[in-house]
Design a protein around this ligand. Structure first.
Ligand code: ADP
Ligand code: S3P
Length: 303
């Protein structure tokens, strides 16, 4: 065996060196006692050396169900090719270096529903591209001096939307920023005029995953979800599905679309909740690259 790694699911991001993983036979790994005691869930990724019958490197992965909490719908066993967090970080780094010169300093605007990961993925992208990160909701909050939830309560949605547009206008004069926009920024055509100064990327996440993420953190900071009744998941799912119906055409204006369902299919995951934010950032850069190629034709790659 050339290399063996054990990594927890990305949310926990722990690493164990290959020399701490015992090898029982040519095709199995012994999981250290600490991990077998049920303290965490691990993905074991093993990269196999070429054999006499095949001269190709192979990757296999195995998910070991020893988590301290269950993930609904999580597969017990997964096989197939798997990118470890280390591989992902490297791919992300390479891809960002490859495309950064072609951005010409243009800002990247992440659009998508509440909870689609605009902030999480945006921070990763800004770091790797050497850009600044900015959250348009935070700019509005700083400008008004109170939270988005309070702005809705005190002044109404119309006032918030005006402020949001004002912030996007300000941002459109800036360069080298990754902007996490509010989920509703796409509904005003004027906002698109500002966002067109940069490159827009839609994070397209299935409703159930959005509702799960939002339920996990609560709906307090998201005023558009306050009116629904039921538990946090049901509230989020009900309202988000109406909003998505109203907005999906607007999200589709984005220059690039990152579909979590497509990433899951590509990586062989049954559930989009298995996709790490880094893998989403990689896909975002790949989609941006496609956009740049279309935009510039054969000029892309000549720098
Ligand atoms: N790929 C992901 N997998 C699991 N949880 C995620 C992922 N991306 C974001 N989250 C979680 O979902 C919630 C919303 O993410 P966030 O980045 O704030 O979304 P947005 O800015 O689009 O509202 C946060 O609690 C975040 O930790
Ligand atoms: O979808 C929306 O209309 C909104 C999304 C929120 O931003 P996030 O997408 O960052 O949660 C925030 O702008 C406001 O609560 C309205």
């Amino acid at each position: 065996m050339m290399d063996a790694k054990i990594a927890q699911r990305p949310q926990f991001s722990a690493w164990i060196d290959s020399d701490k993983v015992g090898r029982k036979s040519s095709s199995s790994l012994r999981v250290p006692q600490k991990l077998r005691e049920g303290r965490c869930r691990v993905l074991i990724s093993a990269h196999l050396q070429p054999t006499r019958s095949s001269n190709r490197h192979k990757s296999i992965s195995l998910e070991v169900p020893c988590s301290y909490r269950e993930f609904p719908g999580a597969p017990r066993l997964q096989s197939g090719s798997f990118n470890s967090p280390f591989d992902e970080a490297l791919i992300l780094q390479n891809k960002s270096q490859e495309i950064e010169p072609y951005l010409s300093g243009r800002c990247i605007y992440l659009v998508g529903m509440m909870g689609s990961g605009k902030t999480t993925v945006g921070k990763i992208l800004s770091q790797v591209l050497g850009y600044n990160f900015c959250d348009s909701d935070k700019l509005v909050e700083e400008d008004v001096g109170t939270s988005v939830a309070d702005i809705f309560k005190l002044y109404g949605e119309g006032f918030f939307r005006e402020k949001e547009t004002e912030m996007l206008k300000r941002l459109s004069r800036m360069h080298q920023m990754v902007v996490s926009t509010g989920g509703g920024a796409v509904i005003r055509p004027v906002n698109w005029r500002y966002m067109q100064h940069g490159i827009s990327v839609w994070l397209d996440v299935p409703l159930e995953a959005l509702a799960q993420r939002i339920a996990a953190v609560g709906t307090n900071s998201r005023p558009l979800l306050h009116d629904e009744s039921g538990d946090a998941y049901t509230k989020a799912l009900t309202r988000l599905s109406t909003l998505l119906e109203e907005r999906s055409e607007s999200y589709a204006y984005a220059n690039a679309r990152v579909s979590l369902e497509e990433i899951a299919a590509k990586l062989g995951y049954r559930d989009v909740s298995y996709i790490s934010p880094t893998a989403i950032a990689i896909e975002a850069l790949e989609r941006i690259e496609c956009f740049l190629r279309e935009e510039d034709g054969m000029a892309f790659g000549t720098l």
